[in-house]
Design a protein around this ligand. Structure first.
Ligand SMILES: [Zn+2]
Length: 291
């Protein structure tokens, strides 16, 4: 098997894929199982299916934390399972479909995986607005809306063991990537800061049980976003351009700058628009993000 499985609690396995330090969750109780973001390559998804079979677990539910391409690849392997997403997942999936297909094609091409037909995103049987309880056997976990990285982003929380499956948030490898909105991201991190978390598992990167490390990740991400907001608001107030915003944010400190500099630039562009900045593009089209 190429996937590494690790038992994290009595009811949670994590499966680590080869690419993007990607984690898949396997929640289980008795013979019932719920998968979180089954991924990534077809042989890895097969490994996860075989693992569940060997553990005599029936995959009844697949939770998709958000619509980004690396989180939607494995659900189709479990056709009998209910798919659960946020309620804005369907619209976000439609908006990003071409990008999703191109990204998958690129990844499969690089990994030598043949794909004959264009990717069809899994569609939900059940959706979440703000929060729902999800039963896995007799265990109840919470799925709750955590937007900011993606508008349809969900995280999973188990109050009993205080584990948080964060999705594409609180990674030790990535910076906060604001592909939705900064204000939503700030609220989400504020919510995390107020929660009791004894085990944090990000969708990409390393899990931790260290309270100091969990606090460091939350604080570092809040501080990065706050700095981003302060600098860009000043540029917008002064009537500056997106290039000025990029220059104003050029010396910001964030984790793994080599790997995350592109995401940082994209964050600047996103936040510049959200803060009311005007680009030539939206001047010409009379378009602004607020519309
Ligand atoms: Zn994502």
């Amino acid at each position: 098997m190429s996937v590494h499985f690790e038992a994290l609690t009595a009811h949670l396995w994590a499966a680590k894929c080869r690419g993007y330090a990607m984690n898949t969750g396997i929640l289980h109780d008795a013979a019932h199982a719920t998968l979180i973001d089954p991924a990534l390559l077809p042989d890895e998804v097969e490994d996860i299916a075989a693992f569940c079979e060997a553990q005599q677990l029936k995959v009844e539910t697949v939770v998709i934390t958000h619509h980004h391409w690396d989180h939607v690849l494995g659900a189709a392997r479990f056709p009998g399972a209910h798919v659960v997403t946020h309620q804005s997942y369907v619209a976000q999936t439609a908006l990003d479909l071409e990008h999703t297909r191109r990204s998958i094609q690129g990844y499969y091409g690089a990994e030598g995986v043949a794909a004959d037909t264009p990717f069809s995103p899994p569609m939900p049987d059940q959706t979440v607005d703000r929060i729902i309880g999800l039963m896995v056997g007799d265990m109840r976990v919470q799925l709750f809306h955590t937007p900011g990285h993606a508008r349809d982003h969900l995280s999973v929380y188990d109050a009993e063991s205080a584990f948080l499956w964060a999705g594409d948030l609180l990674s030790d490898l990535e910076i906060p990537f604001v592909s939705d909105r900064l204000d939503a991201f700030e609220r989400t991190l504020g919510m995390f800061a107020a929660m009791q978390v004894d085990l944090l598992v990000p969708g990409h990167g390393n899990l931790t049980r260290d309270h100091a490390e969990i606090r460091r990740r939350i604080d570092a991400d809040r501080s990065y976003l706050s700095d981003l907001r302060t600098r860009i608001e000043a540029v917008v107030l002064a009537g500056g351009s997106v290039q000025d915003a990029t220059a104003a944010c050029a010396d910001m400190v964030f984790r793994s700058p080599g790997a995350n500099s592109e995401a940082h630039i994209m964050n600047v562009e996103q936040v510049f628009l959200e803060c009311g900045g005007t680009t030539q593009f939206n001047l010409l089209l009379g378009w602004s993000r607020e519309l």
